[in-house]
Design a protein around this ligand. Structure first.
Ligand SMILES: C[S@@+](CC[C@H](N)C(=O)[O-])C[C@H]1O[C@@H](n2cnc3c(N)ncnc32)[C@H](O)[C@@H]1O
Length: 227
């Protein structure tokens, strides 16, 4: 399974909680930054619960109709790709490619319903790795889902390394999921990061999580800077 570029495709709070193995206590208390949140409904759903999450993504420069149009294009492309590569996925929570498309569009609708107000409140910020517009240790947790490692062919080794170091600068802990590339291929960037991050003052471990959609994709990377 191949994609030319990173596409906007959004997940829900429930999926974030499982992908990043977030406890209720973490969800209730941690200051959370979502990096590359795109059209995910995580921020909107947390806001509905009275919690403030800050999300960054380069697509936040676009208007809601422009984002909707881009997600709709992605929908057709990804539902077709998931049907053609059905065996690469674990169809449990998402029952079929069609159901996946419906769930992702529902997440986008929830995100779009919150986007303009959230942008005015500083909860959606147009920015991109490897440079985040925040002071050191502004957050307890930075979460990065379906960007690094997944797009191993599209994003360079340097962006992976500098991106994780940048997230570890602005947050006390960084969690990245998944660790597989498209087509469930182990990411070539993972061994390099595991070797290099400790040399840059970042402790790094791989942990199992209670979520698996890409078969074998049930691990996240957890990084903490000691500086
Ligand atoms: C597949 S979506 C994942 C959205 C969300 N994290 C989720 O899992 O539901 C990937 C997102 O990464 C964003 N993106 C691409 N390059 C980026 C970068 N350098 N820094 C931050 N986000 C980026 C894209 O705009 C897109 O919205």
């Amino acid at each position: 399974m191949k994609l030319e570029q990173v596409v906007p495709w959004g997940r829900s709070l429930d999926e974030y909680a499982h992908m990043f193995d977030l406890s209720e206590a973490e969800l209730a208390a941690a200051q959370i930054l979502g990096v590359g949140d795109g059209p995910a409904s995580f921020n909107a759903e947390m806001h509905e619960r009275g919690r403030r999450v800050v999300s960054v993504d380069p697509i936040y420069v676009f208007s809601p109709p422009q984002i909707r149009a881009r997600v709709e294009e992605t929908h057709d492309q990804l539902v077709k790709a998931a049907s053609e590569h059905h065996d690469l996925f674990t169809w449990r929570h998402l029952r079929s490619p069609r159901h996946m498309g419906q769930v992702r569009v529902a997440a986008m609708e929830r995100f779009l319903g919150d986007f303009e107000r959230g942008k005015a409140e500083g909860r959606y910020i147009a920015a991109a790795l490897p440079s985040l517009p925040f002071a050191d240790r502004s957050f307890d947790l930075a979460l990065c889902s379906h960007l690094l490692f997944l797009y191993s062919d599209q994003l360079s080794d340097e962006l992976h390394l500098s991106g994780v170091i940048e997230m570890a600068r602005v947050a006390r802990e960084v969690r990245v999921f998944p660790l597989l590339g498209l087509g469930n291929v182990p990411s070539p960037h993972l061994p390099r990061l595991r070797e290099e991050l400790p040399r840059r003052g970042c402790a790094c471990e791989v942990r199992k999580v209670p979520y698996e959609f890409q078969k074998g994709g049930d691990e996240m990377m957890v990084v903490r800077s000691s500086r």
